[in-house]
Unconditional design. Structure first.
Length: 227
């Protein structure tokens, strides 16, 4: 019975690993589509900037192809996100403002690879892309006794400007790793599936549309300290 139990456990672990690899791979074409969209948007207006953006997208794609880990430190993930934001700044210029609060303790915690990228990318697409004026993107992380919380907000940067009827599409404030968070795309839904495989019901991902302060995405996962 023990041998059979161990065999079943190994089979389940192998199946989970294969599922994670498949989900991670599915993020690549999703990211590629959106990154190339930014480049294409620039070509007719500013071809030189489009060329620089294309080079940066190539470097980002090289990283996504070479990255085969399911978990990375938040610090490593943020370094990748910064490079992504450099691409988007070429497109949006001063319309994209970024504020970061990632304490050292939080940067050492392990997160699913491309998880922060998914949250930031969603905020850029629906927040910055959905406003005519500047948008402030805020990325914060806090650690508790057993959890890491990552919050990504987008809001109008101009005083007195509200986000009503702008920003991310309306979504219910769903909770739980199995909640349906992305009805119009694949990034958040793929992240949701990965959370379910990695953490079961111990992880939570919520997306809340707030009329006067944009959209707030919150990821809560069990604390996994880095090496």
């Amino acid at each position: 019975a023990t041998v059979a139990t161990e065999r079943v456990a190994r089979a389940e672990a192998a199946a989970a690993k294969a599922q994670l690899a498949a989900l991670r791979a599915q993020l690549h074409p999703h990211f590629l589509f959106n990154a190339l969209h930014s480049v294409v948007h620039l070509i007719p207006r500013e071809p030189e900037r489009a060329a620089r953006a294309a080079e940066q997208v190539g470097a980002l794609l090289r990283t996504t192809i070479e990255e085969d880990r399911d978990l990375v430190t938040l610090g490593e993930e943020w370094a990748f996100v910064e490079r992504y934001l450099d691409v988007e700044r070429i497109r949006f210029g001063d319309r994209l403002q970024v504020q970061v609060d990632l304490p050292l303790a939080a940067r050492d915690a392990l997160v699913p690879s491309f998880s922060l990228l998914t949250l930031v990318e969603n905020a850029v697409r629906h927040g910055v892309g959905g406003r005519e004026g500047p948008t402030r993107l805020t990325v914060q992380a806090t650690t508790g006794s057993a959890t890491l919380t990552v919050v990504v907000r987008d809001c109008a940067a101009e005083v007195g400007v509200t986000d009503e009827a702008k920003g991310a599409p309306d979504h219910p404030a769903n909770t739980g790793a199995g909640a349906q968070l992305d009805r119009n795309g694949t990034g958040l839904s793929r992240l949701r599936e990965r959370l379910g495989v990695l953490y079961g019901d111990r992880a939570r991902l919520t997306l809340e549309k707030q009329a006067e302060s944009g959209t707030v995405a919150t990821l809560v996962i069990p604390v996994e300290p880095g090496a």
